[in-house]
Write a protein that binds this ligand. Structure first.
Ligand SMILES: C[S@@+](CC[C@H](N)C(=O)[O-])C[C@H]1O[C@@H](n2cnc3c(N)ncnc32)[C@H](O)[C@@H]1O
Length: 340
C-alpha cells in the first residue's frame, strides 16, 4: 500500500513547529519592546496602556497587546490596568543601568530573522551582521557582561576553583596577561586572592574602561595595567609574564589567527610560563547551545577540539599541552608550557 492510500496512519501533530512558530512571535515581541524601550517608560510612570500610548503617541490597541504579551513572557507584571517591572526587568531591561541586557539582544537581532544565515551556509561567507572580533561588537560584549557586573562575588568565587584545578596560585610577583579580557572576572579573581599579583588586561579601550571600573569596585585597581587595541596586532612585550590567559575568545578566530596570537603569547611569556585557553569546544558543547550562533558572528572561528588546539599550540612552540575537565564548572581549559 502506498502512502497516499494509507489513511490508517495518523499524521503527527506539528507540535515542534507550532512551538517554534510561537517562539518567532515571542522574539518579535521582545525586539519591539526593546526598540520602544518599554520598561524604561513604564518605570518612569507611563504604566498603563492609556498613559503609555498617550505619552508616546502610539497606537492604543498595539500598546495594550504589547504590554499584555510582555506579562505572558514574565517581563512585566499587571495589577488592574497598571503594569510593573519585576526584578529581572528592573535589573536587565533598563538602558541606563550597567547591567542592561538589551544591547546584547538587539545586537543579536542584527542577524536573526533575516535570510543571511542560509546564505552564509551556502557560501561560507560570514560573519553575518557584526564580527565578534572587531570593535563593532563592543555594545554586544557590554551586554553580555551585565550578569557578571550584577553579581561579581558569585563569578569571582567560581574562577578560584578554575585556577586551583590548573595548579596556578596567586603569589607575590605573579604576572598575568589577560588577552580579550572583558571585565576580567577570571584574572581579577587571582588579583583578589593575593595583593602581590599583577594583571595586564588587553581588550578594546571601551571594554577596558569597564574592566578598570570593575577592578576599582573590587579594590584591586592598583594591581592592574592595560594594553588597548586589537589583540592580533598590539605588542604584548617579551619575556615578561608568568601566565597568558585567553578566555572564551579563541573560538572566534581562525586557526591561522590563533596560531599567530599563541606565538605572540609565547614570546611574551617567561621561560616555563603557562598559557591557559578556556573556550567553547566541540567535544563538550551543550546540545542546547546553538552552534551556528558562533558561526554567524565570526569570519573564521570554529569550536575547535583539543587535538586542533594542540596543533595550533605546538605550531607556536608550546609543549606539555594538557587538557583538563573541571566537572564542577563544566569547563575544559587547556594548559601548555613555554620551554625556550
Ligand atoms: C566572550 S568575551 C570573553 C571575556 C573574558 N575573557 C572572559 O573570559 O570572561 C570576548 C572578549 O574578547 C574581546 N575581543 C574579541 N576580539 C578582540 C580583538 N580582536 N582585540 C581585542 N579584544 C578582542 C572582546 O572585546 C570581548 O571583551
Amino acid at each position: 500500500m502506498d502512502s497516499e492510500t494509507n489513511h490508517s496512519v495518523a499524521a503527527p501533530a506539528p507540535e515542534i513547529l507550532n512551538q517554534l512558530n510561537i517562539c518567532l512571535y515571542q522574539v518579535a515581541i521582545l525586539r519591539a519592546a526593546l526598540e520602544l524601550e518599554v520598561w524604561a517608560k513604564v518605570a518612569e510612570g507611563e504604566d498603563s496602556a492609556d498613559r503609555l500610548s498617550a505619552a508616546e503617541h502610539w497606537d492604543l490597541l498595539g500598546t495594550r497587546m504589547l504590554l499584555d504579551d510582555l506579562c505572558s513572557l514574565k517581563l512585566l507584571a499587571k495589577d488592574g490596568d497598571q503594569y510593573q517591572l519585576g526584578p529581572e526587568a528592573e535589573h536587565y531591561l533598563l538602558p541606563d543601568k550597567s547591567t542592561y541586557f538589551g544591547r546584547l539582544l538587539l545586537a543579536d537581532f542584527s542577524w536573526a530573522g533575516n535570510s543571511h544565515l542560509a546564505g552564509a551556509i551556502r557560501t561560507g561567507s560570514r560573519p553575518i551582521g557584526f564580527s565578534a572580533t572587531a570593535p563593532e561588537a563592543i555594545d554586544y560584549w557590554t551586554g553580555t557582561y551585565s550578569r557578571i557586573l550584577a553579581a561579581p562575588e558569585k563569578y569571582l568565587k567560581r574562577w578560584d576553583v578554575m585556577w586551583d584545578a590548573l595548579g596556578i596560585h596567586g603569589h607575590d610577583g605573579l604576572r598575568i596577561l589577560d588577552l580579550g579580557c572583558g571585565p576580567a572576572p577570571k584574572s581579577l579573581a587571582l588579583a583578589l586572592a593575593n595583593s602581590g599579583v599583577r594583571i595586564t588586561l588587553l581588550d578594546w579601550e571601551r571594554i577596558l574602561q569597564a574592566a578598570r571600573r570593575f577592578a576599582a569596585n573590587l579594590g584591586v585597581d592598583n594591581q592592574v595595567t592595560s594594553l588597548s587595541g586589537d589583540l592580533a596586532s598590539v605588542a604584548y612585550g617579551r619575556n615578561r609574564y608568568d601566565v597568558a590567559f585567553l578566555g572564551d575568545v579563541t573560538h572566534f578566530f581562525s586557526r591561522e589567527q590563533n596560531a599567530h596570537i599563541f606565538r605572540k603569547a609565547y614570546d611574551a611569556l617567561v621561560d616555563r610560563g603557562t598559557i591557559v585557553i578556556k573556550a567553547v569546544r566541540r567535544e563538550y558543547i551543550d546540545p542546547t547551545t546553538p552552534q551556528l550562533a558562533f558561526y554567524a558572528v565570526s569570519a573564521g572561528g570554529d569550536l575547535y577540539d583539543f587535538e586542533e588546539y594542540k596543533a595550533m599550540l605546538k605550531h607556536a612552540g608550546f609543549t606539555n599541552i594538557v587538557d583538563t575537565n573541571i566537572v564542577d564548572l563544566e569547563i575544559q581549559p587547556i594548559k601548555a608550557i613555554k620551554r625556550a
